[in-house]
Structures are given as structure tokens and as C-alpha cells.
Design a protein around this ligand. Sequence first.
Ligand code: DAH
Length: 345
Amino acid sequence: MSADVFQQIEDLLQEISNTQLGDAEALEAFRIRFLGSKNIVKPIFGQIRNVENERKKEFGQKVNALKQAAEAKFQSEQQQMASAAKKEKSASIDLSLPPTEEFTGSRHPISIVMNRIIGIFERIGFTVAEEREIEDDWHNFTAMNTPDDHPARDMQDTFYLKNSVERLLRTHTSSVQSRVMTSTQPPIRIIAPGRVYRNETISARSHCQFHQVEGLFIDEKVSFADMKQTLLYFAREMYGAKTDIRLRPSYFPFTEPSAEMDVYWGLQDENAYRITKGTGWLEILGCGMVDPNVLENCKIDPDKYSGYAFGMGIERQAMLLHRINDIRLLFENDVRFLKQFNGVV
Ligand code: DAH
């Protein structure tokens, strides 16, 4: 009987030293078998009463050794596994590798140019006014001195909403002028950036949707000279401190007198020749003194107040500043195009 127990201890010792504990699962199984509350060593201790007296001491030592061997094996394996896991973790961060590039996204060129324009006017006291893109006929046309039968309505091909001659997609941000003037009394000093729509054939140079920034300044004794100085400041902030401007007489229903403003782009290369049609001058915006009829339509006293207004397209300026040769690129949202503006603010 006692020989069997000794043999059993030997076998278990052998098992302990032979067992491969490759993973956490095997380690846990080992713990349960040798060290758990119902472990295999416990009942062996009880066998002492079957052992001959002269071998009892030897038996005790052997069982203790068995228990210690199991504990030692468990502990060393556990330690080894923990340090291997740690190593693996630190090995995954290789500090000698070159950094991977993180793409941070970029602003849309329209936003870049729009924000620049807003910044320039905010610095001299203009505030941003935003309004609806679905407008009514009155705010878009009638209030802006463009009644029903006015030929100027043909200048802007309008998208009307289905089954409505009243509601339309605004054809210009000038509609914000009438919105602001009917809800606020002067002094008014706003710029209105936003999207506008016209029923035009899409090509490299024109689109059925585009963006404008409108400006409106109304107060007592506002003059054409005030407008000219403000627009000169804008041109120099936008296109460089030495930029020259010129105002050419023009016609808009909502301003009298009206003008178009050109900036001098130069004729330094073939491209400058092409975009200025050989003149060196580039048209940037329309402007003028707010027509007294418009003030009256919006319940502002034209005898007391005067003002100037201007409106400019964004796409063309974005295309000039960033050398974009097809307006459609601005609406397709092709990431290969947009990515090129990474880092530009
Ligand atoms: N609304 C005009 C357009 O879309 C641009 C414009 C011209 C706006 C003269 C103005 C202005 O405020 O005074 O063509």
C-alpha cells in the first residue's frame, strides 16, 4: 500500500515537471489540479496513516516537496507569462519607426475664401447676417426694386418652387438686405454670406448653385466715397497692399448709382492675360448706393438715411486665389481635390 503512495507522488512530481503551460487556460487548469480547494495533493496527506512508521517522516517530506513543486511551478509560469505579455505590448511600439501621417481634414476652398472675406469686414465693424435660401418673391425681387414686369428679372434665371410663383430659391444674397432692413432700423452694417441658385447650364465657368457675400451699410450721410474707401480696403486686404481698384458705371435695380469694381491683376503671364481678357483688370463685385425706392419698400426713411451695398461671388475669387480652373471641382467633393487644402485656413 505505502509503495503505491510513494509511486503516486513520484508520478505527480514527474507530471509537474513535464507539464507544458503554454497559456493562461493551461495555467488555470494546473492551479485547479494542484493548488485548488479540491486539489489532488490534499488526499495524499491523509494516506499517512497507511504508511509504515519508519517511512512516515520520508513520506511527509515527499508530500511537502510535491506541494512546493506545484506552487513553484505555478508561480514561475505565472511570472513568465506576465513578463511575456508586457514584452509583447512594448514591442508593438517601435520608437525607431518614422511617424505615420495623420490626415487632419481640411476646409473647403469656398469656406476658406468666405471666412477670409468675413474676417476682413468684421475688422471694420460689419456683423454677419444669415438668412433663408428659400425666399419669397417680394424679398428677392420686389423689395429690391425689381417689380414683376421689370426686365432685370431676366438677368437671373430663377428656380421657383413646385406649384408656386411666390416661393423660389434666392437668386442672390441681396434678399438678405430686404430681410434685415424690414426688421431693423439703421444704423445697419452687415455682411451676408451664403448660397444662391440660378437656372444656368453647368459648365467649367458657371454652375446652378454658387456663393455670394453681400454687404450693406445704412446710416445718416453715407456717401459713395465711404463705399469706395471700404471696397479699396477690402481689395488690399484680400489681394495685397498694393492692389489698385477701379469702379465702372453699371446697372442694378437696387442701387443708384451702380458700379462694378475691378481689381488690377496684371498681365504678368499668359494666364493673367487669359483671365483678364488682355486688360489686366478683373471684375470682383457689383455695388452702389442703395436706391431710395428700396429703403422706402423696407420702411426706412430715404430722406434721413442713405447707404451703400455690394455683392460679390465667392467661386470666382476662390478659383483665382487657388488657381482652380473648373468651377465643378468646388461641388463634386472629390477628396483628392479637397485634400490639397489641408492646412490652409
Ligand atoms: N445681387 C447682384 C448679383 O447677384 C450683385 C450686387 C450688385 C449686389 C450690386 C449688391 C449691389 O448689393 O449693390 O448680381
